[in-house]
Design a protein around this ligand. Structure first.
Ligand SMILES: [Zn+2]
Length: 399
């Protein structure tokens, strides 16, 4: 076994995404993109490279044509989300057996491969709780292997910039993360609007299916279909709340080892404080947060909501919206799971308790069909826009 840790000199900046959402690639170097555990592992003409944004390999051993990788969490305790991403290549074309051992967690993500970081194919694999095994054909052209499609920090920048030319869209920086990375935001406003819809994503780095839902959800709102909506409502989109975690290929946490979706009460992290201060500034200007969505992934499709009897305004907004979504997407099971957890520091609870309006955690399953994720997001957005437009402004104040 040979293992080399390279200095922070060469960076493979990549941009990628799912097999249904194609983002433009961005080849610009981004020093901040290099993950702290970035390294390269060489042996028998085989190379395992994790020197790119979102990569994760914690240890690597190469024996003949077998590559054994170890994946460990950034710190513990931690939600079960063992994330891995790397590139494999070989001087001569050959079949390679890959074994991934999980420390501190159990298998969650099915392996996928991609030549260009954009188009991904599932790999056949065998898994147990602590181990994942699969074979790949490696060649001199590096092949990406990852637990989900790679949606990197650069991909968010590229996506937001693609909306820059749209009327009423301003792309800017909310501030910088713990490690100094840009936290980008999009504000879509018109001068007389007073009501705001808030969209967050990627508090949890491996939760890529949430990102694959956020993109079409927002794109739909910024298309012609959303023009009536945008004449009444402002929109704040912060799609990548945890860029340090994404860059490092973290399982869950930010650079300080904290779960950001447990910090919306203590506000000990700069990422959640920046968003809190932004929302407070909106309210201080006499405007109103009317609804918020926070995109995540879990083992199934589920919408975590606040209870309709929690005293939020208007009480039945979410219930009616999701009922309409179910009517319009009969082949998709709309699971609504209301919950109230006042002391956990979850974003949706913070929105409810602070602004007296509804918020949801929009969870897509890890393995949900990517076309379904896209279609549900568009329909969820269509129906939400309609629901909000049908709500008189005074109803968000409980009048
Ligand atoms: Zn999550």
């Amino acid at each position: 076994m040979k293992k080399y840790f390279l200095s922070l000199c060469c960076i493979a900046a990549i941009s990628g995404c799912g097999n249904t959402i194609i983002l433009p690639s961005d080849s610009a170097n981004d020093a901040a993109a290099l993950s702290s555990n970035a390294d390269i592992c060489l042996g028998n003409g085989i190379t395992i490279d994790s020197r790119f944004n979102n990569a994760r390999v914690d240890d690597c051993v190469i024996n003949d044509s077998r590559v054994t990788l170890t994946i460990t969490p950034e710190n513990q305790p931690i939600n079960n989300s063992p994330w891995y991403a790397f590139k494999v290549s070989s001087e001569a074309k050959r079949d390679i057996d890959v074994v991934i051992n999980y420390v501190g967690g159990n298998h969650r993500y099915s392996p996928k491969k991609s030549v260009d970081g954009k188009y991904w194919q599932p790999l056949k694999f065998k898994s147990s709780k602590k181990q994942l095994r699969f074979s790949v054909t490696a060649s001199p052209t590096p092949l990406f292997i990852a637990g989900q499609e790679l949606v990197t920090n650069q991909a968010y920048g590229t996506w937001m910039n693609s909306h820059k030319q749209s009327p009423d869209v301003v792309v800017s920086s909310l501030g910088t993360s713990t490690k100094g990375r840009n936290i980008g935001m999009m504000e879509i406003t018109q001068p007389n609007n007073k009501e705001w819809l808030v969209v967050l994503g990627r508090m949890h780095p491996p939760e890529v299916t949430g990102a694959l839902a956020l993109f079409p959800f927002v794109d739909n709102m910024l298309s012609n279909k959303g023009s009536e909506f945008r004449q009444r409502f402002n929109i704040l989109v912060i799609p990548n709340v945890n860029p340090d975690g994404v860059a490092a290929g973290n399982w869950r946490h930010n650079a300080k080892g904290v779960d950001l979706n447990r910090d919306w009460k203590a506000f000990k992290q700069v990422e959640s404080r920046l968003i809190r201060d932004k929302l407070n500034a909106i309210v201080a200007a006499g405007e109103k947060i009317v609804f918020a969505l926070d995109f995540h992934s879990t083992h199934k499709d589920v919408f975590y909501t606040m209870p309709s009897d929690y005293g939020l305004n208007p009480p039945l907004l979410v219930e009616q919206w999701l009922a309409q979504l179910a009517v319009e997407m009969p082949q998709f099971k709309v699971r609504q799971q209301p919950g109230n957890s006042p002391n956990k520091g979850v974003f949706k609870q913070y929105i409810a308790d602070t602004f007296n309006v509804h918020a949801i955690t929009y969870e897509m399953g890890d393995n949900t069909n990517r076309t379904v994720i896209n279609d549900v997001a568009i329909k969820a957005n269509d129906t939400l826009m309609k629901q909000l437009l049908n709500t008189p402004a005074n109803k968000f104040y409980g009048h």
